[in-house]
Design a protein around this ligand. Structure first.
Ligand code: ZN
Length: 156
């Protein structure tokens, strides 16, 4: 068994969709990035790569590559899962945090879990997503960014 950790942060701006866990969430601000900027999925991908010592998300899907402009992060997650399975490891479980001051995410969490489970070919009970605010502090609390953290356990 091996464990991996992932972290990501994206800036909140107007004129962009807010996509978290593959769910488009109605909001006046969205996340800025080269891809669709799905901060939760990026943290999970980095945790998967970290667990298998497969470097990081920027190594596999560089943001300087036009191929990944507006990329659907769920497709990157699927590809990361294939790279993991190629090493002989499978995901045991994922735990994660989304740190987001606004909007409230509770009603979208199960949909995100379903999306991720489907993409990774695992059960919904193997995926945990917790939503927190930043108590109005720092960039995230001031609605300037959303952060995500993830840990992934893998086994052969
Ligand atoms: Zn990212």
């Amino acid at each position: 068994m091996r464990i991996g950790i992932g972290y990501d942060i994206h800036k909140l701006v107007s004129g962009r969709d807010l996509i978290l866990g593959g769910v488009k969430i109605p909001n006046e601000l969205g996340l800025l990035g080269h891809s669709d900027a799905d901060v939760l999925i990026h943290a999970i991908i980095d945790a998967i790569f970290g667990a298998a010592a497969l470097r990081d998300i920027g190594y596999h899907y560089p943001d300087t590559d036009e191929k990944y402009k507006n990329a659907n992060s769920m497709e990157l997650l699927k590809d990361a899962c294939i790279k993991l399975n190629d090493t002989g490891y499978k995901i045991v479980n994922i735990d994660s945090n989304i740190i987001c001051q606004k909007p409230k995410l509770a009603k979208y969490i199960d949909l995100m879990r379903e999306n991720i489970a489907k993409t990774l070919g695992i059960e919904i009970n193997q995926i945990s997503i917790k939503a927190k605010t930043n108590e109005n502090m720092d960039a995230t609390g001031e609605l300037k960014a959303i952060q995500a953290q993830a840990v992934v356990l893998i086994d052969d």
